[in-house]
Write a protein that binds this ligand. Structure first.
Ligand code: ASP
Ligand code: MG
Length: 420
């Protein structure tokens, strides 16, 4: 059994969807569970719908939604002939499901509505792609992942209930492989025990693939991307970024922790626990080797560079002349928990503490206001957090030349700098 995940970029056009059929044919003698994301920027577009709906701008929400509808209908028309009518019916049911919500008046939390609306992206993409593959003779069964992945009700960041999900996989997924050797389902989604839709956090489809690989005891999981594999830096920012052909689980966890947009941070553990290798491969050219991530001690990794923009540095000073003891730290961390903030860098001194966090909407201000009860707070915005794993003097020199460094912290393996 293999688990494949195709991300938004690999299904963002008719040509690319056709390419998926080619890739799947390369593995035609194997059992495959295929996890697919929403097409292109659909999730972002649905976020806008959810936002407009929640602000009470019903017309705007419906108009934005109509645009998404038309895009999907157009894609289905281009791809399907014999399966078009039946697929159009299925899409219409999904549209209606969302439209019911949009005609409501919001009475619950934003995060709840977000999940009920945003989940549509994956349901639409998989419906169209599954039909296209069946029409082309690449036989597969489509399943609604919300019947399989059970989560709690932490909307937008739902936690998987492994016991119930595992039972569902055995009971509902495993028998499907008797019919044909491919099951197609949605990434990123789950449902509560009350059948409310949930999402697992942005870019969560990678994690879905890992959950299935774990529960199906897959031989491997493969994430198909529009890049050659895992690079040592973002190729859009660094011309000399290079492919890393082999990594281990721990290194990938470190990279994700520091903000590398390679793989969703929660993806690694379920694979590591069962020692399942993860391949990152390029769907534009499946003959390229890509990157393999497994359980191996690796020496001589190249410097790995992670850049995070839009960072805010909180300067916190004790406001009562006392040292910053554990009591104050505890209260500060409680505030971080409350605002779902994980500081990327913290430096503590006797009477002051600096914490670097991602800037996100008005959260920074609200958090700073709350922290002002314990500290004098100053907020410095517009910073960049640069992390270099396996740093060398040359790379540090190259990346810091002419820059003003606000804060610097280093261990044997990792150097972090906050840059203005
Ligand atoms: N479609 C979701 C997102 O864009 C999940 C994913 O792509 O992994 O965040
Ligand atoms: Mg994506």
């Amino acid at each position: 059994m293999k688990v494949f995940k195709f991300g938004g970029a690999s299904v963002n056009s008719v040509e690319r969807i056709k390419q998926i059929a080619e890739i799947l044919l390369l593995y035609k003698d194997e059992k495959k569970l295929v996890v697919i994301s929403a097409m292109g920027k659909t999730t972002n577009a649905l976020e806008k719908v959810a936002g407009a709906f929640f602000r009470g701008e019903k017309e705007e929400a419906l108009e934005l939604f109509n645009h998404i509808k038309n895009q999907h209908i157009t894609t289905a028309k281009y791809l399907l002939i014999t399966h078009y009518n039946a697929t159009f019916e299925q899409l219409s049911h999904l549209f209606t499901e969302a439209e019911w919500t949009l005609h409501d008046t919001p009475v619950k939390d934003y995060d709840y509505y977000y999940d009920q609306i945003v989940c549509l992206g994956e349901l639409l993409s998989t419906t169209i792609i599954s039909a296209y593959l069946n029409e082309k003779g690449v036989a597969n069964t489509w399943i609604d992942v919300r019947d399989i992945i059970r989560t709690d009700d932490s909307f937008r960041e739902a936690a998987v209930d492994w016991d119930i999900t595992s039972e569902n996989v055995q009971r509902l997924i495993v028998p499907l492989f008797e019919k044909n050797d491919m099951v197609i389902t949605q990434g990123f989604l789950g449902a509560t025990d009350e059948n409310e839709s949930t999402t697992l956090g942005r870019e969560g489809s990678d994690y879905t693939a890992a959950v299935f690989a774990n529960l199906l005891q897959a031989d491997s999981a493969t994430i198909w991307k529009d890049v050659e594999g895992v690079m040592n830096a973002d190729p859009k920012v660094f011309d000399n970024a290079m492919l890393i052909d082999e990594l281990n689980y721990d290194e990938v966890i470190e990279m994700a922790y520091y903000g590398a947009q390679v793989i969703h941070p929660k993806t690694v553990r379920p694979l590591q626990n069962k020692n399942i290798p993860l391949y990152v491969k390029c769907f534009l050219d499946p003959s390229l080797p890509g990157t393999v991530i497994h359980n191996k001690v690796l020496k001589h990794l190249p410097p790995i560079i992670v850049v995070k923009n839009n960072q805010v540095l909180l300067h916190l000073h004790s406001n009562d002349f006392s040292f910053i003891g554990v009591g104050k730290l505890l209260r500060l961390y409680q505030i971080f928990v409350e605002y779902k903030v994980r500081p990327g860098l913290i430096q503590a001194g006797a009477v002051s503490l600096m914490a670097c966090i991602d800037e996100r909407d008005d959260r920074t201000e609200r958090l700073a206001t709350e922290a002002a009860a314990i500290f004098d707070v100053q907020v410095e915005k517009g910073l960049t957090l640069l992390t270099i794993r396996h740093y060398t003097p040359e790379v540090v020199e190259e990346l810091t030349a002419g820059k003003s460094i606000v804060l610097r912290q280093q261990t044997k393996d990792t150097l972090q700098m906050l840059i203005k």
